[in-house]
Design a protein. Structure first.
Ligand SMILES: Cc1cc2nc3c(=O)[nH]c(=O)nc-3n(C[C@H](O)[C@H](O)[C@H](O)COP(=O)(O)OP(=O)(O)OC[C@H]3O[C@@H](n4cnc5c(N)ncnc54)[C@H](O)[C@@H]3O)c2cc1C
Length: 405
């Protein structure tokens, strides 16, 4: 019989972090990782364009939670135990130094995700963690009693353990299995995507970046701020990706058919725009970009309203003036469809959070069963926050498992 102290299903970010930290806590334990693929840490490898955005330069637990559309409340406690600062120290203590980019994203100084993978594999060897590849878990059985017992079935053979952790990421197969065991699964839907504007003329400005815009989804409270990138298919950039994360469920319900409003100049009041009629009276409207907007964008926005390119500010009618204000502050775009963001995509949905005790990431239904990472209904905006949730959950669960056996 393959009797283990701890079995961890899923050789990804959360699974490895939990296994290593359980062994650090208690090196005597027998810990096995079961991974369905022929390689472990596949997502870590491709993450951050091959550089792995490990975490974010946000060391205040409360502020850190603001980046999680799902999991915001539940992660506050765990972030006090293992937050972004702890991630930086943990990796540094294990030989991986991180650096901060100007936008706060943190990467290994090697700029290679392989550094993270090698760090984990070395520690797995050091602590004699068994890694079984090509082992897809098909079923789990639970027997309560004085000594907890799990039976974990794979194609090849069953495994038995006292504690079990599911770190299976966004696996519909595992979610179905958990549903049968009585878990509520929030229906999965994509997060972190860009907005398609089929045949919209603004796409001709592809490649253009506006440093800071406000993005608002129509008929919702979703308002995000950040850089916007115009692509050949629509709108992208951090401001848009954030809106896609906060709106993941709502936008799926709307079948990705909705109107988005862009405030191109969020720090400028309407009155500042109206005052241009006097301060710029004799100047042509189209030819003189204002408020730091790129000239090509300014021209595009104004030409949507003024057919006469020669008009100056003083000659604008009341209605034209009003339309310019709307165009700059509440510019409507009809979104039809989404495109996956090339560098990072995550899944919203998963195990409902009320079924997990966030003091230790243990199931409330099956004591001894732990879950962390994307298997839970937790996800974040882009910037290293998704891995941070995996490290935090993996660490807290690992420590708990390490002292529970
Ligand atoms: C292209 C891309 C780039 C990304 N870049 C970043 C980034 O730079 N920064 C960031 O913070 N986030 C990034 N993310 C998100 C991040 O990768 C995930 O949030 C994170 O990997 C989740 O970790 P996890 O351990 O929960 O799941 P995963 O890393 O997905 O690991 C789950 C593992 O479980 C295995 N598994 C599933 N079912 C079974 C089963 N039945 N039996 C055995 N094994 C099973 C899977 O094969 C997988 O190896 C990126 C995502 C993508 C897709």
């Amino acid at each position: 019989m393959n009797q283990q102290d701890i079995i961890i299903v899923g050789g990804g970010a959360a699974g490895f972090f939990a296994a290593i930290n359980a062994k650090i806590k208690n090196p005597e334990l027998k810990v096995t990782i079961l991974e369905q693929s022929k390689e472990v840490l596949n997502k870590v490898k491709i993450s951050g364009g091959g550089r792995c955005n490990v975490t974010h330069n946000c060391f205040d637990p409360k502020l850190l939670t603001n980046y999680y559309p799902r999991g915001q409340k539940e992660l506050l406690g765990p972030f006090h135990v293992f937050g972004a600062q702890d991630t930086v120290s943990w990796f540094e203590n294990h030989g991986v130094k991180l650096y901060i980019e100007p936008d706060g994203c943190m990467f290994p100084v090697s700029n290679s995700s392989d550094t993270i993978i090698q760090c984990f594999l070395k520690l797995a060897t050091k602590y004699s963690i068994d890694i079984i590849k090509n082992a897809k878990v098909k079923n789990i059985k639970y027997q309560s009693g004085e000594i907890l017992k799990f039976e974990v079935d794979t194609d090849e053979k069953p495994y038995h353990s006292r504690l079990l952790m599911l770190a299976t990421g966004s696996s519909p197969f595992v979610w179905n299995m958990l549903e049968i065991l009585g878990y509520e699964i929030i229906p999965p839907c994509p997060s972190l995507f860009t907005f398609n504007l089929p045949h919209h003329p603004i796409c001709e400005l592809m490649g253009l970046v506006v440093k800071n815009v406000k993005v608002n989804i129509q008929n919702s409270k979703i308002i995000t701020e950040g850089p916007l990138l115009i692509t050949h298919w629509g709108l992208s950039g951090p401001g848009v990706l954030k809106a896609s994360a906060w709106g993941a469920t709502l936008l799926a319900e709307r079948n990705y058919d909705f109107t988005v409003y862009v405030d191109w100049i969020p720090n400028i009041d309407d009155s500042n725009i109206y005052s241009l009629r006097e301060s710029m009276a004799k100047k042509k409207v189209t030819a003189n970009a204002q408020f730091g907007l790129p000239a090509r964008l300014w021209q595009f926005l104004i030409e949507q309203i003024l057919t006469d390119k020669e008009k100056n500010w003083a000659s604008l009618s009341k209605n034209e003036m009003k339309d310019i204000v709307i165009q700059l502050k509440k510019c409507a775009f009809p979104v039809k469809g989404k495109t996956t963001f090339k560098e990072e995509f995550v899944t919203a949905g998963g195990v409902a959070l009320h079924q997990v005790n966030f003091k230790n990431f243990e199931s409330k239904l099956h004591p001894g069963l732990f879950m962390a990472g994307e298997v839970l209904n937790i996800d974040a905006v882009t910037g290293g926050f998704n891995f941070q949730a995996a490290w935090t959950g993996g660490y807290v669960a690992g420590m708990q498992m390490g002292k529970s056996v």
